[in-house]
Design a binder for this molecule. Structure first.
Ligand SMILES: [Zn+2]
Length: 321
């Protein structure tokens, strides 16, 4: 058994895992991280070479173990021949599990609050303490130069070549600023610390050009936390940029060429003020402090979807030993 699964930290059976995966799908929908699209997966506790994720169904409608499919990490094929049809983009999950043996849960989202940072060139950074895991830079991966020849150029990660390219963006040859893997190696093992920083991704989140984002974690709860607070960080940053621009505007500095018809020469746009982002130190310490509180949020999120009539969870409850 591996640590870091729902709901027990050290040991978890498949029944618990299935219930957790269904709840996580509901939570991510409830919080607007997933809509009819996007998905969460979890590595099998007994076999690191397979993982589980919902079949091709809207996350809010996943309701029982029958909706879940086990896939091989090696090539994202279903373990069972008669498995239900799966998501095209399961290669995102398989290639991350393949590259990073310590990763046990992956979320992929097309969240609208995050999308502006996937198309504008404005970098998403940790601006709020709940999203320290973002650090001072979040890579943007662009599928356009990684399509297999003859494949569709529809931005979907529909094969292992694209999936491998995306997973490589989590640990590029050179990384700057807050490095997730270094941070991981400094944490106590009980809350997800890793003794193998070489096997940890350097980034917790990678944005996908014109598409969305993907995040990974050691367990389901943490992956859900990161997905929700990536959305909230993007919301806060966008709102702050908007009100700052409305309040301060921009000053144009330059010389007016009267003889040339009043054209402005050597103009320079000067932005008034800058957003205050978390320093690498603050991002590190904020994430370290929040690590121990993820289960408090998880308990609230579970209750929210439990009492909401949209979400059905028919997974059997595992009896405690
Ligand atoms: Zn997608």
């Amino acid at each position: 058994m591996t640590t870091g699964y729902f709901p027990k930290r050290e040991k978890v059976g498949l029944e618990d895992l299935f219930k957790g995966l269904v709840i996580a799908s509901h939570i991510l929908h409830y919080h607007g991280v997933l809509d009819a699209y996007g998905h969460i997966s979890v590595r099998s506790p007994d076999n690191a070479k397979t993982f589980w994720m919902p079949c091709n169904i809207a996350p809010a409608l996943v309701s029982s173990p029958d909706d879940l499919v086990e896939y091989n990490v090696e090539d994202a094929t279903a373990v069972e021949r008669d498995a239900k049809k799966g998501y095209l983009e399961r290669h995102i999950h398989s290639e991350i599990y393949k590259r990073f043996p310590n990763v046990n849960a992956v979320v992929h989202s097309h969240c609208p609050e995050v999308l502006p940072y996937c198309i504008s060139g404005v970098p998403l950074k940790a601006s709020i303490h709940m999203a320290g895991f973002l650090g001072s830079s979040v890579p943007v991966w662009d599928a356009s130069s990684h399509y297999a020849s003859g494949s569709k150029h529809d931005l979907l990660v529909r094969d292992s070549q694209l999936g491998a390219s995306l997973s490589a963006a989590f640990k590029p040859a050179t990384s700057t600023g807050f490095i997730y893997s270094k941070f991981r190696s400094a944490l106590p093992a009980q809350i997800g610390g890793s003794q193998e920083p070489d096997k940890e991704p350097n980034y917790a989140v990678v944005l996908m050009q014109g598409h969305g984002f993907t995040t990974h974690a050691h367990g389901i709860e943490e992956a859900v936390y990161q997905a929700i607070y990536t959305k909230q960080a993007a919301q806060a940053q966008t709102t702050a940029l908007t009100i700052q621009n409305a309040h301060s505007g921009h000053t144009l500095e330059g010389k007016i060429d009267v003889e040339g018809g009043g054209k402005i020469k050597s103009a320079k746009v000067k932005a008034e003020g800058n957003l205050k982002y978390l320093s690498d130190n603050e991002a590190h310490d904020a994430w370290e402090s929040n690590q121990g509180t993820v289960l408090r949020a998880w308990a609230l999120w579970c209750r929210e979807v439990e009492v909401h009539p949209l979400y059905k969870n028919d997974c059997p409850v595992c009896e405690d030993e």
